[in-house]
Design a protein around this ligand. Structure first.
Ligand code: TXA
Ligand code: MG
Length: 336
């Protein structure tokens, strides 16, 4: 059990507040504490990656299974190099194209990275996030930050400080509010410790963009899915039952909810193209018909469904195109 403690939320929207939050975040992280920090993908639950005790606290706070490795966040190439034993050409090219940004590279781990971070495995995931707050903290710490998404294990990832507070209030000393996440879903994870490289988790940097750099790419992990639980069938889930479907018009949608056994008053609809009227629905959310804007909005909408106590969520099927694929993946896991 984690003892209850006061959780502070620090804003960062002026230079003074930003500096004060960096200072406080760095002090806590140096002392082996766990702090929720903003990144451009989702909020992270960060600790000093080189301190096994601090990293153990992350697992404890999240209720995360011990076999699920944690990504290390860096803020320059030199720190990335310190975390790995090999920096192949393909790493250099991918880093040049997509860092800082929503791409995690899996490489053979250096001995400074504790077992606690890699779940005993021989590789480590490295990411250079683009969020200025997190970059400033990592630079000041001069150690990598181990950070999974700042949610309880298997629940929805947070894209705002309020989402983090909902799940982790009383469990951590500090949440730094860096605004709403710009990307909105978790990073693309690519294993380049093997040849050809393997896409372990789709993200907004999609297959086609990676292929343009790597020339070759296999989908999924070679040694089964357990090494990367983000690939498990059910993950990233809201509390309500969720279904992803197409509907022609409002009548078809009504019929669909009956067939699913979803009572309209307790059901939220998330639409992007075929938008129904408010009707009897608990909520009708309209998210932009644009993959990047959709990604930015999706988790906030799902959090909102949880907040309203929805029993059911019906999400309109996404277009079948490369830029939508990671979103379709998340919806599929959330509804599995
Ligand atoms: O965007 C993100 O990646 C966010 C932000 C905070 O950076 N982090 C995140 O972490 O989503 P997490 O722990 O929720 O998801 C990391 C995924 C998991 O599916 C994990 O299994 C996989 O990456 N992973 C991490 N290290 C790995 C490794 N060495 N080999 C294979 N998979 C790894
Ligand atoms: Mg996660």
């Amino acid at each position: 059990m984690t003892n209850r403690r006061e959780t502070r939320i620090l804003p960062t929207h002026t230079p003074q507040l930003f500096e004060a939050a960096v200072k406080e975040g760095v002090e806590l992280l140096r002392a082996g504490e766990v702090v929720a920090i903003p990144t451009e993908t989702v909020y992270g639950l960060a600790a000093n990656a080189l301190n096994p005790k601090a990293v153990a606290r992350i697992y404890e706070i999240k209720g995360r299974p011990a076999h699920n490795p944690i990504i290390c966040h860096v803020a320059d190439r030199a720190l990335a190099h310190r975390c790995v034993t090999d920096w192949p050409n393909v790493a250099e090219r991918l880093a040049k194209s997509f860092w800082p940004g929503p791409l995690t590279l899996v490489l053979p781990r250096a001995s400074i990275i504790p077992d606690m971070v890699t779940a005993g495995g021989s590789t480590v995931g490295i990411r250079w996030p683009s969020h200025p707050f997190t970059q400033a903290v990592i630079r000041a710490c001069d150690f990598p930050l181990a950070a999974p998404s700042a949610n309880l294990s298997n629940q929805l990832s947070p894209t705002s400080a309020a989402h983090v507070r909902k799940q982790l209030d009383g469990r951590i000393p500090l949440i730094v509010d860096g605004g709403e996440c710009n990307v909105g879903i978790e990073s693309t994870v690519v294993d380049i410790s093997v040849l050809p490289p393997r896409l372990l988790r789709p993200g907004m940097i999609h297959e086609e963009s990676l292929l343009a750099v790597t020339g070759e790419l296999k989908i999924g992990s070679a040694d089964g899915e357990l090494r990367s639980p983000g690939l498990l069938k059910k993950h990233y889930s809201p509390q309500a039952r969720m279904a992803v479907r197409d509907w022609k018009n409002e009548a078809a949608l009504n019929e669909l909810s009956v067939r699913l056994g979803f009572a309209q008053r307790r059901t939220c609809v998330i639409a992007h193209a075929s938008v129904p009227g408010a009707g009897e629905w608990l909520r009708v959310a309209v998210v932009p018909h644009d993959a990047e804007a959709y990604a930015r909005a999706l988790y906030a909408e799902l959090h909102q469904c949880d907040e309203l106590g929805a029993n059911g969520i019906i999400v309109e099927q996404l277009p079948d195109a490369p830029e939508w694929r990671a979103l379709a993946d998340r919806l599929q896991r959330a509804s599995a």
